[in-house]
Ligand binder design. Structure first.
Ligand code: EPU
Length: 428
């Protein structure tokens, strides 16, 4: 087990290239199950969530071959193998095996998904969609059993705008008989990316990226080639890092429209951001002023950037209020930031941040992926050395983060944890 060490206070300069989107990749890989010939996906991020999903595809009989950023998935010999335990519990996105296997085999047994603990993360809307399509869904000993004689298109209104439910229902509906209409669908760019792959496979989908998606089911889907969109959350994280410590940082391979809400908020705080075709140039301009932020579904401010920007706001003048309306309990980074001298109060689910303060390096723990990103932002700004444990969360979603930050001039490295440190970490 490793920990991350950051020596703060170093100005950052240069260019960082953004990888393919994690939250697309984790849906695109299971989507390949629906095809009857090889699917080639390019721009794959090198993160552990992708490794686990590749192994799950192999577990059900897929032939998977990775070559750098390209993955070849031959789904022709796949079978509806039950996946009640093991790897499926390691990540949230394993729930996409439900929609994809239901679509192809009309049956699946999948363990309840794991992933970051951000408070309650129900999957009732996924189940509601599968049932509307004609599946019988039961929950037995921590696994979801899905079976259908046949899937039949339906009109499905989502009670909650959900990225996962929208994608999962799309995955099943592309192989249902007749027309499915998903109303109150999520509009995140990752949904358009999955719809683009499915369309290249022969699916008939209209309206992805709006709140009404119309799908006409087809009998078969074939292989294709697809390139993943850039990761807007990784890009947003580096934009925040550049706002914190960047003399001049170019964020390369980004779709600026995907980050409009973040760019607007950072500009409001006084950060200098130039947007070009697929690049952002970010310069820190002191002093930064506080802003209030409320997370919302896309195109609102993303919940996944709430934790990193909270760390940044410790350096802004005034008081900023950050409210996460998507995951009200996504606040585990706050106690760790306080250990570094941040002045943050939590009131009624909002973080109230007073700044600027001098952050000081400390021993902190990443409780989830974006909490880890927040602690890296704080560590880069702090005086002295910050030691971050819980690195496996960060590795789930950020490709080569140490190398990318080192290239920008950060002093950051991994170290093996001693047996005592591991024991302390496990008991904390
Ligand atoms: N919700 C329900 N019922 C459902 C599904 C969702 O009540 O059946 C609620 C959730 O509890 C939450 C809200 O609806 O309050 C939105 O959840 P959503 O389903 O959109 O989240 P998700 O699909 O499980 C994805 C990303 C998350 C990201 C959210 C919101 C993946 C694998 N995960 O999760 O990413 O925070 O959308 O944008 O795509 C991350 O990358 O760090 C991460 C957690």
């Amino acid at each position: 087990m490793e920990k991350l060490l950051v020596e703060g206070g170093k100005p950052l300069r240069g260019k960082v290239r953004i990888s393919g989107a994690k939250n697309s990749a984790v849906a695109l890989l299971p989507a390949a199950i629906l095809a009857d010939s090889p699917v080639i996906i390019e721009g794959l991020p090198a993160i552990s969530d992708v490794d686990i999903l590749s192994e799950l595809l192999e577990e059900i009989g897929g032939k998977v071959h990775k070559d750098g950023q390209t993955i070849h998935i031959d789904p022709s010999a796949m079978i509806s193998m039950p996946l009640p335990n093991g790897r499926v519990k390691k990540l949230r996105a394993s729930y996409y095996f439900m929609g994809a296997m239901l679509g192809r085999f009309k049956k699946a047994v999948i363990g309840l998904p794991g992933g970051c603990h951000l408070g309650p993360r129900p999957i009732d809307q996924h189940i509601k969609g599968f049932e509307a399509l004609g599946a019988k869904v039961t929950n037995e000993q921590g696994a979801v059993y899905l079976r259908a004689e046949a899937l039949k298109g339906a009109r499905i209104y989502l009670d909650v705008v959900s990225v996962g439910a929208t994608i999962n229902i799309m995955l099943a509906a592309v192989r249902a008989k007749g027309k499915t209409i998903i109303e109150n669908a999520a509009k995140e760019p990752e949904i358009i990316d999955v719809a683009t792959l499915l369309t290249s496979m022969g699916a008939k989908i209209k309206g992805a990226g709006t709140d009404v998606i119309r799908i006409e089911g087809v009998d078969r889907l074939h292989g294709c080639q697809h390139t993943i969109i850039p990761d807007r959350i990784e890009a947003g994280t580096y934009t925040i890092i550049a706002a914190a410590m960047g003399e001049e940082v170019m964020i390369d391979n980004v779709i600026p429209q995907h980050l409009e809400s973040l760019i607007a908020k950072l500009r409001e705080a006084g950060v200098d951001i130039e947007d070009q075709d697929d690049q952002l140039i970010v310069r820190k301009i002191a002093p930064m002023k506080s802003v209030d932020i409320k997370t919302l579904v896309y195109p609102g401010f993303p919940t996944d950037l709430q934790q990193p920007i909270t760390a940044l706001l410790t350096q802004a003048h005034g008081t900023g209020v950050v409210t996460d309306t998507i995951y009200q309990a996504r606040l585990k980074h706050i106690d760790e930031l306080r250990r570094m001298n941040a002045q943050i109060k939590v009131e009624g689910g909002s973080a109230i941040i007073s700044g600027p303060v001098k952050l000081e390096g400390a021993k902190v723990k990443a409780s989830d992926l974006r909490a880890g990103a927040a602690l890296i932002v704080a560590g880069l700004m702090a005086q002295g050395i910050t030691e971050i444990t819980g690195l496996d969360h960060i590795d789930r979603g950020y490709e080569c983060i140490v190398e990318k930050l080192t290239n920008l001039g950060a002093v950051i490295w991994r170290e093996k944890m001693t047996p005592e440190e591991i024991e302390q970490f496990q008991n904390s």
